[in-house]
Ligand binder design. Structure first.
Ligand code: FES
Length: 74
């Protein structure tokens, strides 16, 4: 299997926001579509509105935004 396909599968399986069940694939999609701040990503995906109020997913979303800005994935 090529590396991109492996990454796509992992992104679908990995929940960034555990409380609301939003996977990394969704986070990446909305970031690619123009959500360039934490607030925008949260608004579009509903992440951060779960039981932990974003304590667990906020750092992960910020990390994804940073990675995207640095061109680590497209
Ligand atoms: S992990 Fe996102 S709100 Fe709890």
């Amino acid at each position: 299997m090529d590396e991109n396909l492996n990454q796509d599968i992992l992104d679908k399986l990995t929940k960034v926001c555990i409380c609301t069940g939003v996977p990394r694939s969704t986070m990446k999609r909305v970031i690619r579509e123009g959500a360039d701040t934490l607030e925008k990503v949260q608004k579009v995906t509903g992440a951060g509105s779960g039981g932990c109020s974003g304590n667990r997913c906020t750092p992960k979303i910020l990390q994804l935004l940073e990675e995207y800005k640095n061109g680590e994935w497209e």
